[in-house]
Structures are given as C-alpha cells and as structure tokens.
Design a protein. Structure first.
Length: 171
C-alpha cells in the first residue's frame, strides 16, 4: 500500500514508473472542489467532472510493455553507463524485474523509453481524469504517472490524496 498527499505548488506528482505488484488500484480521496479550475487564455473555464486534471496517465503498446520495455531500458542503461549490453534472449524474468526496479530509481530512463516509443508510434497514452472516490484498476507493470496537470488549490486540506493498493507479486 502507498499513500501520497501532493502539494501541487511544489510537486508534479509521481513520475513514470511501474508498481511492484501484479495489479494496482489507485484511489483518489480529495474532494472535487479542491481542484483548481483550469485556465484558458487567462480566463477561468468551468470544467466537467471528466476534465483530465490531476488524474492518472497510463502508457500502453508494444513499445512500452513486457519484454520490449525491459529491452528498451537495458539499451538506455547501456548507452548511459558502462557495462555490457544484454539481449532479450539472455535475460530471465528475474533480470527483467531487476531492470524495472533500477528504472524506478531514475524516472528519466523510463521517460526516455516512453518518448522513443511515442516517436516510433509503438505506444499510446490513456488519461484517466481525477474524480473523488474514483478507483482505477490496472496491471502494475504498465508504465504510469500522475497526469501532468496536477492542479489543486493551495492549502493542506485541499491537497490531492492518492491511495494505492498493490496485489500479487510481479517484480
């Protein structure tokens, strides 16, 4: 289980990562009225409950899932650090888990994989809008992050609260 309370004036939320369970459930607890109204050309614009503010972004597709993700991360690590490059043929699932744990320590490696896969057209992003008491169930190995638009009003009681449950063991 993981509990996060975000100050949107300071933090951008959680960067791209994978969770350690087989399945994750993200639950959002802050009231909808704690969100800031999105701005458009300097004017306050009313938003619908489904406006993609402060929710969850999931990355899907062959370029960012399963063995392709582990292989791409290994290539990123090999390019940025000394060491030997291994191919997907000589890696076991345990090695893939270690690669994902290592990538979670440095979100830039995951971001590089997402950006490259997006440029090649082998990934897509799925945005889930924030709504109080909404829970999202997804496979923990899917790359995900807090939506880039984390806009909540100032004050401790208005901060975005995220509660994550992880079930099973994937890494």
């Amino acid at each position: 289980m993981c509990f996060c309370r975000y100050d949107s004036a300071v933090a951008q939320g959680i960067r791209p990562h994978v969770d350690q369970g087989a399945y994750s459930v993200n639950c959002w607890l802050s009231p909808n009225h704690a969100r800031d109204e999105p701005m458009h050309n300097g004017d306050n614009v009313k938003h619908s409950p489904d406006t993609k503010v402060g929710g969850l972004r999931l990355y899907r597709g062959p370029g960012v899932e399963g063995e392709a993700l582990a292989t791409a991360l290994q290539e990123v690590f090999s390019a940025t650090q000394e060491g030997t490059s291994s191919t997907s043929k000589d890696r076991s699932n345990d090695d893939d888990g270690e690669i994902l744990r290592r990538a979670n320590q440095d979100f830039r490696s995951l971001k590089a994989v997402v950006d490259a896969a997006t440029a090649r057209g082998t990934s897509e992003q799925v945005d889930v809008a924030y709504k109080q008491n909404r829970c999202v169930l997804f496979e923990s190995r899917l790359l995900h992050e807090t939506s880039p638009t984390l806009n909540f009003r100032s004050g401790y009681r208005r901060r975005r609260i995220n509660l994550t449950f992880m079930f099973g063991n994937s890494l």
